[in-house]
Write a protein of this length. Structure first.
Length: 433
């Protein structure tokens, strides 16, 4: 049964991946057609074509390798300086430029002269290239908000999980009470597991983040209003200063960082809690910021990734993970011993996270990514606007094809990194708990 559920989880994630890719390319396709650009192909996947059908002027299809997709637009790059596609050069760098330019004019037909991508105004090209990543962002936001507001998320609550028996600094290597240690203020006040704290010093505590902040800024006498077995009681505690884990401002902790603050001495219980719209938006903002931070930190994670793939080092929980690794996690999620609703919610979160990553990754201003074409269109707009201001001749379209040698280098780096992640995902995958 576990094997069946694991396989089912992998299949479900693969379907979600295909839908996400198709949704991304639909953004490019719809806006390209809106602006009159001819699109000969819309494909989900790479490699050999499994299925295709031509409707109108566009061939729609699915390919064998579901790790990406594309649409082919006529005239992605402008012709050479002489207005023609240049002859093939023996220079490898020049050859890359000419190959890209030639591919941009494949299937050119009579009447396409006014339907080329590069002939559209820069703002239209920005919209066409931004539409794909934007569709992933829309899907990610819709799934995240839907899951958090309906299924809820596993989060720390204001209920008591465990009560600390004594006062021990957070950096101590053990939780056992050393000889002569003082009782924790929570134990001395009579706080018990499963008590729900509804107010602290008379202030309501709707969530753990609020309660944590109230506790940390308090030393000395305090009142704690609790619900125990349906009855409200008021406990009196004498909080002290102690070394505690640094808060991230949202109820979580910053690993390895400590501060001195007010200390009560209990661990909150966790539970699945539905989030309000405002709480969901706040969490979404944190996810986006975490995603950006992770993108910036990618180069620094390569040594650990290499050691995990080819050495004996353990795979870290925040290690970069590819499609294969995500699919394995999807299989693990489906086989977890948790309620079915939470399996569904976690799987949806996984798909939403993939879409958020697609958005952030594609917005990097580097060719061959969408962000590289956006950057080229914006640079062209700046050049043309500047030329008008200083009354100089229109410089014409910016030849993005000249950036292709750099694009090939960047693509090579991406491919090497992808292969490294793939090896790590196979031999030393990220585990979930």
């Amino acid at each position: 049964m576990t094997t069946l559920m694991t396989v089912l989880g992998i299949v479900v994630f693969a379907v979600g991946l295909l839908i996400s890719i198709a949704w991304h390319e639909l953004g490019h396709l719809s806006t390209a057609k809106l602006f009159g650009i001819r699109v000969p192909q819309y494909m989900v996947g790479f490699g050999p074509t499994i299925f295709s059908r031509k409707k109108g002027e566009t061939e729609y299809g699915v390919k064998a390798v579901p790790f990406g997709g594309y649409i082919r637009m006529i005239g992605m790059f402008p012709p050479g300086d002489d207005g023609k596609i240049a002859a093939r050069s023996t220079s490898p760098w020049r050859g890359m430029i000419e190959d890209a330019r030639s591919a941009a004019f494949e299937e050119l037909q009579p009447g396409d002269e006014n339907r080329l991508f590069y002939t559209r105004k820069p703002w239209k090209r920005v919209i066409v290239m931004f539409a794909g990543p934007f569709m992933n962002l829309v899907l990610a936001v819709a799934i995240f908000l839907g899951v958090m507001m309906s299924f809820g998320v596993n989060t720390q609550t204001t209920s008591v999980g465990t009560v600390s028996q004594c006062v021990v600094p957070a950096s101590a290597s053990t939780d056992t009470c050393p000889k002569g240690a003082k009782d924790s203020p929570a134990k001395a006040a009579g706080l018990q597991p499963r008590d729900k704290i509804v107010a602290f010093n008379g202030h309501p505590t709707p969530d753990w983040g609020t309660l944590q902040q109230d506790i940390r800024k308090t030393t000395g006498p305090a009142t704690i209003t609790i619900e125990r077995d349906g009855v409200r009681k008021t406990l009196h505690a004498d909080l002290i200063e102690n070394q505690v884990a640094k808060s991230d401002g949202n109820g979580g902790y910053v690993e390895g960082k400590y501060v001195t603050a007010g200390f009560l001495g209990f661990t909150p219980a966790s539970g699945v809690v539905q989030q309000s719209f405002g709480q969901s938006v706040d969490r979404m903002g944190n996810m986006v910021q975490d995603g950006i931070d992770s993108m910036i930190a990618l180069p620094s994670k390569i040594p650990d990734l290499w050691n995990a793939a080819f050495g004996d080092a353990p795979r870290k929980a925040d290690s970069p993970m590819g499609v294969v690794g995500a699919a394995r996690v999807g299989g693990e999620v489906a086989s977890l011993d948790i309620p079915p609703s939470q399996r569904i919610a976690t799987m949806l979160f996984l798909v939403a996270g993939f879409n958020l990553s697609l958005f952030l990754f594609n917005m990097l201003p580097l060719l061959p990514l969408d962000g590289g074409h956006i950057a080229g269109a914006l640079w062209e707009a700046i050049r043309r606007h500047t030329a008008r201001l200083v009354r100089r001749p229109d410089p014409g379209p910016f030849d993005v094809a000249k950036m292709m040698p750099i694009a090939y280098v960047i693509a090579g780096v991406f491919i090497c990194f992808t292969l490294l992640v793939l090896v790590a995902d196979v031999v030393n995958p990220v585990k979930i708990s």
